[in-house]
Design a protein around this ligand. Structure first.
Ligand code: NAD
Length: 470
């Protein structure tokens, strides 16, 4: 451990390490109490301050904060409290007859000292969500939130300090260097939410200590609209999902693939719903937010410039204002394959429309890109829906909806390969922060002892018998 003496966070890490068994051996009731305290802090004590912090950082409308941050965390805590007793129980499993005289069970023991690194787009939800799973599973945790949303990070630091002792949960604010220093420490588990690019850095750092990882990453999530779909309903749901949080959502529909014959009708409906949601001028709408930082604003406007250079068609929007980091909800078609909007994860309020001539072409296009975090299908055809589900791979999917699979605590949430490793939410989050320890308990004389050396002819026959019959 002396290797870490000059690491600024080693002392804190060591304190949590010393405390890990006391925390890990906590009872169901003790963990419930912690969850209740955290719930009260978010739901009551700090609720108004959370709304204000998000307003400052992301211009987030209060209703969106209530639904996608406060309700999301409270829902998570309630679900965990309801099921925790059961999750914590030992699970008996069958023992083969060849091991007669013994019984077997799985116990979910905490991983130990965990690191949680979170992003800025839903700062509270994506920090407290993993934390709920970590403490439910009996771990200690050090949290590093995003530097992009400083008001939210400062408030989370206050909440954590209020609710937990430092040797159980601590939050460290700061820039990338903080993550870099923390990643050098031998954590038992690292739960990272962010981009695939940084996910690779995290995984490399974790490999030095063989720490297990959960990587909740992003990427380009396709939405397919076939010609049998209810186009107006599809447009309504896609407009909501795409422009919620200004498109800064990991499971946001990144681009729409649509059958050529219904494209114009779909775009007409999209325009209608955008007007209904955000009026004629979304800039003045209380229901629409802004881009998180100038850097992200510049990134997104460079995609728009690139699309203009390539003579794409701006179906809706395109207006921007750097001083308020405003980008109008924008829909673009006729993009060339090399357009930035079709290559990079957009993570902003710009929706490319890509035409397909056949579902096979749509499938080939999707499969030519890294595996997405989410894939959405709008269709009335079971055959078409199954064809898409059977011939693509994605972390999760909604059929005739978008984003909502994220909100069902009974579904595992996470990506596959480039969009992530491991799952979170509900039991799957509890499991991510647990080691499934196998225990075999010998009660009486075990028949396996009959096979111990020295090996005689009898034992050889017994071994053959075992292979054949047990
Ligand atoms: P990011 O990867 O830039 O940053 C995430 C966190 O990692 C931040 O706390 C940041 O400080 C830290 N970080 C940044 N660079 C680092 C480095 N070199 N070494 C160590 N740590 C570093 O991501 P972001 O911009 O905050 O979030 C956007 C990305 O996150 C998108 O790709 C989005 O799809 C993804 N995302 C995924 C989920 C999910 O649940 N799967 C949720 C939200 C966002």
């Amino acid at each position: 451990m002396s290797d870490f003496n000059d690491n600024p966070y080693f002392e804190l890490f060591s304190k949590q390490q010393q405390n890990q068994f006391a925390i890990g051996n906590s009872t169901y009731k003790q963990r419930l109490k912690k969850l209740n305290t955290l719930q009260y802090a978010i739901e009551v004590t700090y609720r108004a301050q959370i709304q204000k912090a998000l307003q400052k950082d992301l211009g987030k409308p209060v209703v969106e904060t209530e639904l996608t941050e406060i309700y999301a965390i409270i829902g998570d805590i309630k679900h965990t409290k309801k099921h925790l007793r059961h999750w914590m129980q030992k699970q008996s499993v069958e023992t083969p007859l060849s091991m007669l005289g013994s019984s077997s069970y799985i116990t979910y023991e905490p991983k130990g000292v965990c690191l949680i690194i979170s992003p800025w787009n839903f700062p509270f939800n994506l920090t407290f969500g993993p934390l709920v799973s970590a403490i439910a599973a009996g771990n200690t945790a050090i949290i590093k939130p995003s530097e992009m949303t400083p008001n939210s990070s400062a408030l989370m630091a206050k909440i954590i300090e209020d609710v937990f002792a430092k040797d159980e949960v601590a939050l460290i604010e700061g820039e990338v260097e903080v993550s870099t220093a923390l990643l050098k420490l031998p954590f038992n588990h690292i739960f990272f939410t962010g981009s695939p690019k940084v996910g690779k850095i995290v995984m490399e750092a974790a490999s030095k200590h063989l720490a297990s990882v959960t990587l909740e990453l992003g990427g380009k999530s396709p939405t397919i609209v076939d010609k049998t779909a209810n186009l107006d309903k599809a447009a309504k749901k896609i407009m909501w999902a795409k422009f919620l949080n200004c498109g800064q959502i990991c499971v946001s529909p990144d681009y729409v693939m649509i059958d050529e014959s219904v494209k114009d009708e779909f775009i007409t409906s999209c325009k209608k719903w955008l007007k209904t949601f955000y009026n004629d001028n979304p800039k003045t709408s209380d229901s629409y937010g802004n881009i998180v930082t100038d850097k992200h604003f510049d990134r997104l406007t460079s995609y728009l410039e690139n699309a203009k250079t390539l003579h794409a068609t701006f179906e809706v929007g395109g207006e921007t204002d750097r001083s308020s980091r405003y980008i109008e909800p924008t829909i673009i078609s006729d993009l060339k394959p090399e357009a930035k909007l079709l290559e990079e994860e957009i993570f902003g309020p710009i929706l490319p429309i890509v035409i397909y001539e056949s579902l096979d072409m749509a499938i080939a296009y999707i499969n030519s890109k890294p595996r997405p975090l989410a894939l959405y299908m709008y269709s009335k055809s079971k055959k078409n829906t199954n064809k898409i589900l059977d011939n693509t791979r994605a972390g999760g999917s909604c059929i005739n909806n978008s984003v909502l699979h994220y909100a069902n605590h009974n579904l595992p949430f996470g990506g596959t390969n480039n969009s992530g490793i491991g799952k979170s939410h509900g039991f799957f989050g509890f499991r991510a922060f647990s080691n499934e320890r196998s225990v075999l308990k010998q009660h009486t004389f075990g028949v396996t002892e009959l096979l111990f050396p020295p090996y005689s002819g009898f034992k050889e026959r017994l071994a053959q018998l075992t292979i054949r019959w047990f």
